[in-house]
Design a protein around this ligand. Structure first.
Ligand code: G4P
Length: 202
């Protein structure tokens, strides 16, 4: 335990919503596209964002960072509540962007590496950044973000995920780095298409 780790508590409304609307696919994939990452339930997203704000109330934050595409919706709601700008790292280098930070991310689901970039104009020294995303699986996207934040000389206040899949171990690695990682629901297994949630720690 360090100052950034505390007992896990699921955000119960999310657990209930996943039980109701989540669909388990082969290969350890959880489909939540009816309320998070295709069709979006903004009222529910708002309630999850309030929970993120509560969990990171101990941190000074002046910027929300996410990665396109599915992270953008939850990130905007957290940024709205904290009244800070929201920056999304891009997966394709825009032809109009010159002054930028780049990093390589390996996607296990797609089995290929891609470049993630962010303008130096929007991420710089002195920024206190909260990263928000929908899923934490292997944690490669998160590691790419950590690299961008370090290159910028900014500070990572914490990382918030709607759903973490503990069996892909990304969360473990990030917490070992001493980061404050907050996941609203943690899924321990999707074996046999049965969703097993991590229970609250006491
Ligand atoms: P990692 O970043 O944690 O290492 O994850 P990985 O490479 O395994 O995942 C790549 C993409 O798949 C990410 O989205 C991630 O959010 C998503 N993903 C991982 N596990 C699940 C899952 O169980 N269900 C769903 N729905 N998505 C999952 P992405 O490719 O960056 O896509 P997007 O943000 O543009 O939608």
């Amino acid at each position: 335990m360090n100052e950034n780790s505390r007992p896990f508590k699921p955000f119960e409304p999310l657990v209930e919503r996943i039980k109701k609307d989540g669909i388990c696919l082969d290969g350890g994939i959880l489909k939540v596209d009816s309320f998070i990452n295709h069709q979006i339930d903004p009222t529910f997203l708002q309630s999850m964002s309030i929970e993120f704000v509560r969990r990171f109330a101990n941190k000074e934050i002046n910027k929300i960072l996410t990665i396109e595409a599915s992270g953008i919706a939850p990130a905007i709601l957290v940024g709205f509540l904290l009244n800070v700008p929201v920056v999304f790292a891009k997966k394709k280098k825009p032809s109009t962007m010159g002054n930028m930070l780049t990093t390589e991310v390996f996607s296990f689901t797609k089995n290929k590496a891609y470049t993630v970039c962010c303008s130096k104009d929007f991420l710089h020294k002195g920024d206190k950044v909260l990263f928000v995303d929908d899923f934490l699986a292997n944690g490669n996207a998160a590691k790419g973000i950590i690299d961008l934040v370090e290159q910028a000389g900014a500070e990572l206040a914490g990382m918030g995920f709607i759903i973490e899949k503990s069996f892909q171990h990304g969360g473990e690695k990030l917490r070992e780095m001493g980061l404050q990682v907050e996941s609203l629901a943690i899924i321990d297994s999707l074996d046999n298409c049965e969703i097993k949630f991590k229970e609250a720690e006491v």
